[in-house]
Ligand binder design. Sequence first.
Ligand SMILES: *Cc1c(COP(=O)(O)O)cnc(C)c1O
Length: 360
Amino acid sequence: MGQTLADLPLRDDLRDQEPYGAPQLDVAVRLNVNENPYPPSEAVVADIARSVAEAARGLNRYPDREALELRRALATYLGHGLTANNVWAANGSNEVMLQILQAFGGPGRVAMSFEPTYSMYPEYARDTNTTWLTVPRSDDFTIDPERAVREIVHHKPSVVFLASPNNPTGTSLPLEVIERICAVAPGMVVVDEAYAEFRREGTPSALTLLPSYPRLVVTRTMSKAFALAGGRLGYLAADPAVVDALRIVRLPYHLSAVSQAVALAALRHADELLARVDELRARRDQTVSWLRGLGLEAIDSDANFVLFGRFEDRHAVWKGLLDRGVLIRETGPDGWLRVSIGTFEEMTAFRAALREVLAL
Ligand SMILES: *Cc1c(COP(=O)(O)O)cnc(C)c1O
């Protein structure tokens, strides 16, 4: 009774750690976790409900452990000649990436990434007792390939995480940089393409490199462009041997029959769920121009968010927006803030609030 966390025999390296993180506040305009602002249509909702009802009739049984039908559908969606054997799925790409470190990281091994980048990577490393190393990105948030090669050759990471487009900067990596890294990396190279569908015209996906690099893994998610963050479905494409490695560490029946049914139904409506992506990309580019028009810095983005700044006191700006009913994210290097791209109305509210806060 009355016990606190401090009284428990918690692992030493977990003491004083905070759980992840983005505030879930009840605010009118929520632009803080890069969700797609458009909910599914009633027609899609009805098909998802029908599929879940069908799955419910078999809920006395464990689900298909291999999620084969879903992996087949995801491979078809990705194209590039991929088949179910190249694809693995789990509860969000967060689980996929944790499984990658469970299989390829661990004590005595190193995972590496390039900061600023996704704040969850160090948590997967911590949870799997993998040593976490970061290399800074250049001032424009790109990765200097010479430096990357040097650090990889020196530290011999078992896993390299490359977010492209990167969170929180929105920066994509040229394929040449990914290839330079794959050419020297002794272990797995994970290109996290959570925002791939939002990239600008002419920005290729690392999927095209899979045939050339057997240790390359490309992760994707249905949480962002696909407007299915609540469904928790992430996946990867890689050589079939990589999938075999992940099947060793996954929990039995990790992907529920309900999750599989929801994702399959959503994939049947891919065209409709992705229909607003072009609109969001256009609004993102307009947001970048608008911010620059105010005299602020804004980073060119291939994702559905924009990093902007710089502010002497970014917390005050974040708080000022929140006080006006607009929640964005205080993340990234000091001085910067990140805003997700919402509906036209939400972005109008964001603009009005930011003008007020900055007295512009
Ligand atoms: C949002 C995001 C993900 C996706 O996480 P899910 O677990 O699939 O919801 C993965 N990587 C990055 C960089 C992200 O920003």
